[in-house]
Design a binder for this molecule. Structure first.
Ligand code: ADP
Length: 393
């Protein structure tokens, strides 16, 4: 047998597609037996037979084999070194050892190092099934890789399109502020200077115009606040949520007093995040719990518990509740369930909460029934980005 390799081919009369095999074998008879064993079980084999690294590399690149069948012991090379070449070339090709007696320990070691399987030369009847399984696994592996690649590409595209949208929302809301400020200022001026000097209808129209401009200003500011959440890299520091809660309750003091709300909270943890944004989440949730109250004074409870994977926060109230079919869409920008005359607001608060929580890899959702209070839940990571998770004993 030459050192550049020889070619073995089964008669090829069968309708099967050819199996391209690369045999690393110094014994011509053994190589022929391997090809025969495969042929007997329906493989139409076209095989290159080589016995050293140079010939192996050459045949590998020239013939793109689907499977490598390597003898363990060779006079000029070692069968297991096939794996080094495959790795060097970045190729995922199943390698099956076809060998004389190979102790169990050695066989297990070979599989640990990356051989797909091994078949003894005096048990070649097993080879076709082993090859079939190896090809099937390889096929499944490449399908999985393809799906993962497609998924990563889609995630990439989505992230890019989200970033574009965010940029658009930011630029649009930012740049609209100035002309809108002019409209608001001049309709205000019109109303001040000409109220009562024109007719009643004119007063009404000027009133509508300035109300509209003011509302649009609030909407644009909300949109700007929403798009700002994602603009900077997520700052991360250790935050004591008890302190954050104290500040939030101070900010909401007027609404709490006016509604007679009672807000209680258990011991809250220190978490990683941006202090201002975490405060925004608590403030929006507690603010809503006060705003969407029922006939009784609001009773609001904030709790936190540690699970295996994250901190789980719960903000529950005894307010008007939410019908389960709206549980998802209330987190979408500008989605509201009530007219502004019923409950004031623009429908941006929960969208901001969701964006903040998701920036930290968390999740936010509501468990509620119409008429029987709402429980908002959100998760935050247990660890900061550079912090090593605690080692469990
Ligand atoms: P806004 O409060 O400005 O309406 P949000 O985004 O904060 O906007 O909330 C969206 C909608 O979700 C609200 O309009 C309301 O219908 C519903 N909602 C939010 N929080 C509660 C709550 N605690 N109880 C009942 N409904 C709520």
């Amino acid at each position: 047998m030459s050192s550049t390799g020889t070619k073995l081919e089964t008669p090829g009369a069968k309708p099967h597609p050819k199996l391209r095999a690369l045999l690393v074998e110094d014994n011509a008879l053994d190589a022929a037996l391997v090809v025969r064993a495969l042929f007997k079980e329906g493989f139409d084999v076209i095989a290159d037979v080589v016995q050293d690294e140079a010939a192996f590399t050459k045949a590998l690149l020239a013939h793109n084999p689907e499977v490598v069948l390597a003898d363990y012991n060779l006079p000029n090379w070692k069968g297991m070194e096939v794996l080094t070449v495959l790795r060097r070339e970045g190729l995922d090709i199943p390698m099956i050892l076809v060998s004389g007696a190979l102790g169990d320990v050695t066989a297990v070691e070979c599989i640990k190092q990356g051989a797909t399987d091994y078949v003894l030369k005096d048990g070649l009847a097993r080879l076709p099934e082993v090859v079939r399984r190896a090809l099937r696994e390889k096929h499944e592996r490449s399908l999985r890789h393809q799906v993962e690649k497609d998924l990563a590409k889609k995630a990439d595209e989505l992230a890019r399109s989200n970033a574009d949208l965010e940029q658009f929302a930011y630029v649009a809301s930012h740049d609209l502020q100035e002309p809108l400020r002019m409209v608001a200022a001049y309709t205000q001026l019109l109303s001040e200077r000409y109220k009562g000097k024109l007719d009643e209808t004119a007063d009404k129209f000027i009133g509508y115009a300035s109300d509209g401009a003011l509302r649009m200003q609030v909407l644009i500011q909300d949109l700007l606040a929403f798009s700002r959440v994602g603009r900077n890299t997520a700052a991360s520091e250790g935050i004591d949520c008890n302190g954050v809660m104290k500040e939030v309750l101070q900010t909401l003091a007027a609404a709490i007093q006016e509604s007679g709300a009672v807000v209680t909270h258990g011991e809250l943890p220190a978490i990683w995040g941006d202090r201002t944004q975490i405060a925004q989440v608590f403030q929006n949730l507690i603010g809503n719990a006060i705003k969407f109250r029922g006939d009784n004074s609001p009773a609001i409870s904030v709790q936190a518990e540690k699970t295996d994977q994250h901190w789980l926060f719960t903000v529950s109230d005894n307010g008007i509740g939410i019908a389960p079919e709206h549980a998802e869409n209330i987190f979408v920008v500008f989605q509201r369930l009530h007219a502004r005359t019923e409950y004031p607001g623009n429908g941006i608060g929960l969208a901001i909460c969701k964006k903040i929580v998701e920036r930290y890899g968390g999740r936010i959702w509501v468990e509620a029934q119409a008429g029987s209070g709402s429980t908002f839940k959100f998760t935050m990571p247990l660890h900061g980005p550079d912090e090593k998770p605690e080692v469990q004993p």
